[in-house]
Design a protein around this ligand. Structure first.
Ligand code: 3HC
Ligand code: NAI
Length: 644
C-alpha cells in the first residue's frame, strides 16, 4: 500500500500521508510527496491541495532512523522548495504535532491550518542538530526573528493558538480538521494568494540581539543551539539561497558529529525503556488511588509526584506531628509547582483538599498502590508491610522505595508476593525523572506493567533493574566514588577530580556532591555491612566521617565551608587526615581523570549487564542521565565508552 493517497473533493485534492507510527519523512514518503506535487501541478482540474496525515499525528519530522546513513534524494529541503514552488497552493492540515521536517514541509505550503489540540515545533536541537530543511530560514520569515530564536533554540513545541498568534499558522480550528480544511481552502481560493514563505521579508536585528541569543543558547551545554542562532542570524541578513546553503552545511556537519549520534541513542533508548518486550500485551493492574508510608524526604516527594499526576494520595506517618510535617512539606511542593506555572491556583487548591495524612494504617486499606518510604531499616520495613498486608485488600500493589536493602528480604513471608515490587525513586522524587522498577521473582507481569504505566502517568523515566546491592544506579555510584578515591590516593587533588567531572559536563564532581548529600549515610551503611560480617575496606570517606566531617551539614567534608557559604574550599585538615593514604602527587590531566572515572562506571555497567541486572546497556545510560546528572550529550557512560 502506498504511503500517500490522493482523493478529490471537486477541484480540491486531499493528499493523505500514512506512514505509521508518526508519519516520519522516510525516503519513500519524500518520494511519494515529490511525485504527488508533480502530478497535481500538472492537473488543471485541481485548484488547491490539502496535505493531511492519518494516525496520531501530522508529520513528526525527518526519519531519525535514516540519520546514520548518507542522505538520499529527493532531499528534504528540495521537497519543501518543490511544494512551495507549486502553482497549485498547498494547505497543511495539522493535527497531533508538526515537528522538525514536518513543520518545514508545512512552512513550504502556502497555508497552514491546525486543530486546536495540535502543536508545532522544531525539536532538532534535542537531537544535536539544527533544522535542516529551511527551519532556520523560513521560520523567521513567518514569525519574526525573536520568536524563531525561541522556537529553534529551545526545541520546545508551541500550541496551535500560540503559533497562530505568532504568524506561524494561519488558522486554528475545532471539530473535523479535513472538513475545516476544505472550508478554508474554498475561501482562500476566492482571494489573491499570499506570498510564498521564501518571498517574505524578515526584519534584521541589532548585533546585541544576536549576542544575547548566542549567550543564552550556549547554556544548553552542547553546540547545536549556538549553531542554530548563527543560522537564524544568517537568515535575516543574507539572501534566502545563501542562508539555505549555510543551514544545510551546518546541518550535515552536526548530523554526522558524535554528539548527534549520542543524542539519537538517548532518543531511542528513552522510547524503548518504558515498553519492555516481555510485558507486551499484559493488562496492567489498575491504579486509581495511592498511599505513601513515611512522609520524609522521599515519601513527601513521591506523594507530591502522585498528587500532581491526579491520584488521590494518603500519607501515613508514625505520629500526628510527623503527619503534619509531611503535609507541610507536600503542600510546599505544590506551592512550588504553582509558582513555576505547572499548575494553576484552582488545581493547587484541589490538590491541597485532596491530600490526606494519617497515622492509621486502615486509612490505606482501599488504596490500589502503597509506596513505602520509611527509614532504611529491614525490620522497620518488614513491620510496615506486615501491617499493610493485614489492612489492605490482596489486590493492593505494595512497593518499597528501598535504596540498598534486598526487596526479597523486605517482603519475605508476606502473602501475595505477586503484587510486591520495588519502586526506587530518586531525590527529590517530584523532580527527578528516573524510577528503577525492581520486580521480585514472584511479581506478576500485571503488577510490573502497572508500575510502568504509573511511571508514564507521573512523567517518569522507568528502567527495569534486577536485584543486587544498589540496583543499577547506586551500584555504579559506589564504583564511581571508589575510583574517585583511588585517584586521590594516587595523589590527584580532590578539587582536580571535581573540576574534571564538571568539565566533562556533570553539574558537580563526586566529592562536592557527597558534601552536599552528606557522607554519613554511606558510611553508616558500610559500618552496618561490617557489623554483619562483610569485608568492607575502610574508605577515605570513613576517615573523614570518623573525624566528624559529614559534609556541608557539619561545615566540612571533603572541603571546608565558611559560615553561610556553600562554596567548597580545599581543606588543609582533610590533607592531614588523609596523608597516610595518599601516595605522592599526580598531575594527571583533567581529560584523563574524567576518562578514568567514566570508564570505571562503564566497566561496572558491563558487569551489571552480564549479570542480567540491566536488560540493555542503553538502560544503564538512561539511569545515569536521568538519575545522576550524567551529561545527555555524551549518550551516557556505556554509549560514550563504545559499550552500547
Ligand atoms: N523518526 C523515526 N521514528 C520516530 C520519529 C522520527 N522522527 N519520531 C518518533 N519515532 C518513533 C519512535 O521511535 C517510536 O517508535 P517505536 O514505537 O518503534 O518505539 C514511535 O515513533 C512513537 O514515538 P513516541 O513513543 O515518542 O510517541 P508519542 O505519541 O509519545 O509522541 C511524537 C509522538 C510527539 C511525534 C514524538 O515521537 C516525538 O517527539 N518525536 C520526535 C520528533 C522529532 O524529533 N522530530 C525532528 C526530527 S529531526 C528533523 O526533522 C530534521 C529536519 O529538520 C531535517
Ligand atoms: P527520611 O528519614 O527523610 O524519612 C523517613 C520517614 O519515615 C520519616 O518521616 C519517619 O517519621 C517515617 N517513618 C519511619 N518509620 C515509619 C513507620 N513505621 N510508619 C510510618 N512512617 C515511618 O528518609 P528518606 O531519605 O525519605 O528515605 C526513605 C527511604 O527512601 C529509605 O528506604 C531510603 O533508603 C530510600 N531512598 C532515599 C533516597 C534519598 O536520597 N534520601 C533516595 C532513594 C531512596
Amino acid at each position: 500500500m502506498s504511503v500517500l493517497t490522493i482523493r478529490r473533493e471537486g477541484d480540491i485534492a486531499i493528499a493523505t500521508l500514512d506512514n505509521p507510527p508518526v508519519n516520519a519523512l522516510s525516503l519513500e514518503v519524500r518520494q511519494a510527496l515529490w511525485d504527488a506535487v508533480e502530478e497535481l501541478d500538472a492537473d488543471p482540474g485541481v485548484r488547491a491541495v490539502i496535505l493531511a496525515c492519518a494516525g496520531r499525528t501530522f508529520i513528526a519530522g525527518a526519519d531519525v532512523k535514516e540519520f546514520g546513513k548518507p542522505p538520499e534524494p529527493p532531499h528534504l529541503p528540495d521537497l519543501v522548495a518543490r511544494i512551495e514552488a507549486s502553482e497549485t497552493p498547498w494547505i497543511a492540515a495539522i493535527h497531533g504535532s508538526a515537528l522538525g521536517g514536518g513543520l518545514e514541509i508545512a512552512m513550504g505550503c502556502r497555508f497552514r491550518i491546525a486543530h486546536e489540540s495540535a502543536k508545532v515545533g522544531l525539536p532538532e536541537v534535542n537531537l544535536g542538530i539544527i533544522p535542516g530543511a529551511s527551519g532556520t530560514v523560513r521560520t523567521p520569515r513567518l514569525m519574526g526573528a525573536k520568536a524563531a530564536v525561541e522556537l529553534v533554540t529551545s526545541g520546545r513545541p508551541i500550541s496551535a493558538a500560540k503559533a497562530e498568534k505568532a504568524g506561524l499558522v494561519d488558522a486554528v480550528v475545532a471539530g473535523d480538521l479535513e472538513e475545516e480544511a476544505l472550508v478554508f481552502a474554498r475561501s482562500a481560493l476566492e482571494r489573491p494568494l499570499p506570498p510564498r514563505t521564501s518571498e517574505r521579508q524578515v526584519e534584521p536585528q541589532p548585533d546585541s540581539f544576536w549576542q544575547d541569543a548566542a549567550k543564552t543558547a550556549s547554556k544548553a551545554g552542547h553546540q547545536a543551539p549556538v549553531r542554530a542562532v548563527d543560522c537564524l542570524r544568517r537568515a535575516t541578513e543574507a539572501s534566502f539561497d545563501e542562508a539555505m546553503a549555510h543551514e544545510r552545511e551546518t546541518f550535515l556537519e552536526l548530523r554526522s558529529a558524535p554528539e548527534a549520534a549520542a543524542l539519537r541513542h538517548v532518543f531511542f533508548a528513552e522510547r524503548a525503556a518504558p515498553r519492555p518486550a516481555h510485558l507486551k500485551g499484559v493488562e496492567p493492574s489498575d491504579i486509581a488511588s495511592a498511599g505513601v508510608v513515611g512522609g520524609g524526604t522521599m515519601g513527601a516527594g513521591i506523594a507530591t509526584a502522585l498528587g500532581l499526576a491526579g491520584l488521590p494520595v494518603t500519607v501515613m506517618e508514625t505520629s500526628d506531628e510527623g503527619a503534619e510535617r509531611a503535609k507541610t512539606r507536600i503542600l510546599g511542593n505544590f506551592d512550588g509547582a504553582l509558582k513555576r506555572g505547572k499548575i494553576d491556583a484552582a488545581e493547587r487548591e484541589r490538590l491541597g483538599d485532596a491530600l490526606k495524612v494519617t497515622t492509621d494504617v486502615s486509612d490505606l486499606s482501599s488504596c490500589d498502590l502503597v509506596v513505602e518510604a520509611v527509614f532504611e531499616d529491614l525490620e522497620v520495613k518488614r513491620d510496615v508491610f506486615a501491617r499493610l498486608a493485614a489492612a489492605c485488600g490482596d489486590r493492593t500493589i505494595l512497593a518499597t522505595n528501598t535504596s540498598y536493602l534486598d526487596p526479597r528480604e523486605i517482603f519475605a513471608g508476606l502473602e501475595g508476593q505477586g503484587r510486591c515490587i520495588g519502586l526506587h525513586f530518586f531525590s527529590p522524587a517530584h523532580v527527578m525523572k528516573l524510577v528503577e522498577i525492581v520486580p521480585l521473582p514472584g511479581t506478576t507481569p500485571e503488577t510490573e506493567a502497572a508500575a510502568f504505566k504509573l511511571c508514564a502517568r507521573l512523567g517518569k523515566m522507568p528502567v527495569r533493574a534486577g536485584i543486587c546491592d544498589g540496583f543499577i544506579g547506586n551500584r555504579i555510584l559506589k564504583r564511581y566514588r571508589a575510583e574517585a578515591e583511588a585517584l586521590v590516593e594516587q595523589g590527584v587533588p580532590i578539587a582536580e577530580v571535581d573540576a574534571a567531572m564538571r568539565g566533562f559536563g556533570m553539574k558537580m564532581g563526586p566529592f562536592e556532591a557527597q558534601d552536599l548529600g552528606g557522607l554519613d549515610i554511606a558510611a553508616a551503611q558500610r559500618n552496618a555491612a561490617r557489623e554483619a560480617g562483610e569485608d568492607v575496606p575502610e574508605t577515605l570517606g570513613d576517615l573523614l566521617v570518623a573525624a566528624g566531617r559529614k559534609g556541608q551539614k557539619s561545615r566540612g567534608g571533603w572541603y571546608d565551608y565558611a559560615e553561610g557559604d556553600r562554596t567548597p574550599q580545599p581543606s588543609g585538615k582533610v590533607s592531614e587526615l588523609l596523608s597516610s593514604r595518599v601516595r605522592g602527587t599526580s598531575d594527571l590531566p583533567r581529560e584523563d581523570i574524567a576518562a578514568r572515572l567514566v570508564d570505571a562506571m562503564a566497566r561496572e555497567g558491563e558487569a551489571i549487564l552480564s549479570e542480567g541486572i540491566a536488560s540493555r546497556s542503553a538502560d544503564i545510560d538512561l539511569v545515569e542521565i536521568h538519575g545522576y546528572g550524567f551529561p545527555r550529550r555524551t549518550g551516557g557512560p556505556m554509549h560514550h565508552s563504545g559499550r552500547s
